[in-house]
Design a protein around this ligand. Structure first.
Ligand code: NIG
Ligand code: FE
Length: 418
């Protein structure tokens, strides 16, 4: 495989930077007009104006992509998904359309627990097959790194199975996978009504194994009324930190429990959802530099009010956007849908939404030094649009504008020959 030159691009939207972007910083995409990028050995070797980059370069040594009339961006980072699961919950969607709420369904034994039964039954091979299919769809939307959570096992065997499936998929699929251990996603049937004991059980058994075997970088918890309290979440996440893991929280999604405040208190890398986060919680997150990962497709799918993305950015938060792909509250891989909702309903600008899907997504995974922007030394993860500017991303509503995806310097998706 030859190294790659992308030349004559109408725009290189570099999103340049090696750390999360907060507040106003989110508006600057560092665009280079008439630009070129060279990717060597899977890494960005140079980026800049076409003439400068191409002078003194022997183009015959490269695979040359002419991006005339096209915009080039860093690959998207989907920093919050639950993409490894068995079975589906299509009927629950229809039940919700008839008026049942997400938590009612969960309390009656549907919801997460019903995916747990199906994921426990699914074989490793089946989960690989399903996971791969979902990753292929993500790739077509321009995603080059994805986070995936366990949490449909609620027992050691199945949680480990999910993490091993992600480990394997990371090896065999072009998309990079960041693994998160989330056994505290719901209380298992076996521990119903004994949440504290369930947390103790996790802390004493599976968590140390996951940390020791390096099976996950992050630990996450569903901090929610009738799921896990702030105290239980704190106890679990502090233990995970002690064991060297980074932490995330499903915070203030359905009720205002103080998850945002907890994230700031314990130094979580991100707090996610935040539909009901308080002003104070948001200010504390801004102060402590916790990334606010917003999942507008979930709010949309649950017919809930959107998180206050505009307010968070105005308070100097670093906001990331992600799909939350999962079998219940939000079954979608669609980046165009997330961007449509973020711009039209959360009042984020096009520039902020792109920052949120790239460098801030990377920061939500602690990978802002390696991915999320087109900067020299970072991974050669780049997408080429069918259109000349990044403004087409929200403008072509709900439709992917991605023509080519280059991952680690190789073309892994191309629809230009259709
Ligand atoms: O992020 N809120 C908790 N977890 C997922 C939903 C999981 C499910 O419904 O299966 C979420 O929305
Ligand atoms: Fe989630």
């Amino acid at each position: 495989m030859k190294n790659i030159i992308i030349k004559n691009a109408a725009q290189i939207v570099t999103c340049s930077g090696f750390s999360k972007k907060r507040g106003k910083e989110m508006s600057n995409l560092h665009v280079i007009e008439d630009g070129a990028v060279i990717i060597e050995d899977g890494k960005i070797q140079s980026v800049g104006k076409n003439e400068e980059i191409l002078k003194n370069v022997d183009v015959s040594k490269y695979e040359v992509i002419d991006a005339y009339g096209k915009a080039v961006l860093p690959g998207f980072v989907d920093s919050h998904t639950h993409f490894v699961f068995g079975g589906y919950r299509a009927e629950e969607f229809s039940m919700r359309l008839r008026g049942a709420s997400y938590m009612e369904i969960m309390e009656k034994g549907g919801g997460i627990v019903s995916s747990v039964e199906k994921t426990r039954k699914a074989s490793y091979e089946e989960l690989i097959h399903l996971g791969k299919k979902r990753l292929d769809d993500m790739l077509s939307f321009g995603v080059t790194t994805v986070e995936g959570k366990s949490g449909y096992g609620l027992d050691e065997e199945t949680e480990m199975k999910q993490l091993h499936v992600m480990k394997k998929l990371d090896e065999i699929h072009p998309i990079d996978i960041v693994k998160t251990y989330m056994e505290a996603h719901a209380v298992s049937q076996e521990y119903k009504g004994r949440e504290d004991e369930f947390i103790d059980h996790i802390i004493e058994n599976t968590l140390p194994k996951v940390a020791k075997e390096n099976l996950a970088e992050f630990c996450d918890v569903f901090c929610e009324k009738n799921v896990f309290s702030v105290d239980q979440s704190r106890r679990l996440l502090l233990k995970a930190k002690e064991l060297g893991m980074k932490v995330k929280i499903h915070a203030d999604e359905i009720t205002r429990l103080g998850g945002a405040e907890l994230a700031a208190e314990i130094g979580a890398v991100s707090a996610d959802h935040l539909l009901r986060a308080s002003d104070e919680g948001i200010l504390k997150m801004a102060q402590e530099g916790v990334v606010a990962t917003l999942l507008p497709a979930t709010a949309f799918s649950l017919k809930e009010e959107f998180a206050r993305g505009r307010f968070m950015i105005d308070q100097n938060c670093a906001v990331a956007l992600a799909t939350d792909l999962n079998p219940g509250s939000c079954f979608t891989e669609s980046i165009p849908l997330v961007i449509a909702l973020a711009t039209l309903y959360m009042n984020m600008t096009t520039e902020e939404a792109i920052t949120a899907m790239t460098i801030n997504g990377a920061a939500a995974l602690g990978r802002e030094k390696e991915i999320g922007s087109i900067d020299v030394g970072k991974k050669g993860d780049v997408i080429i649009l069918e259109y000349p500017s990044y403004h087409f991303i929200p403008y072509h509503i709900g439709v992917s504008t991605v023509e080519k995806v280059i991952k680690d310097g190789k073309i892994v998706f191309d629809k230009s020959n259709r």
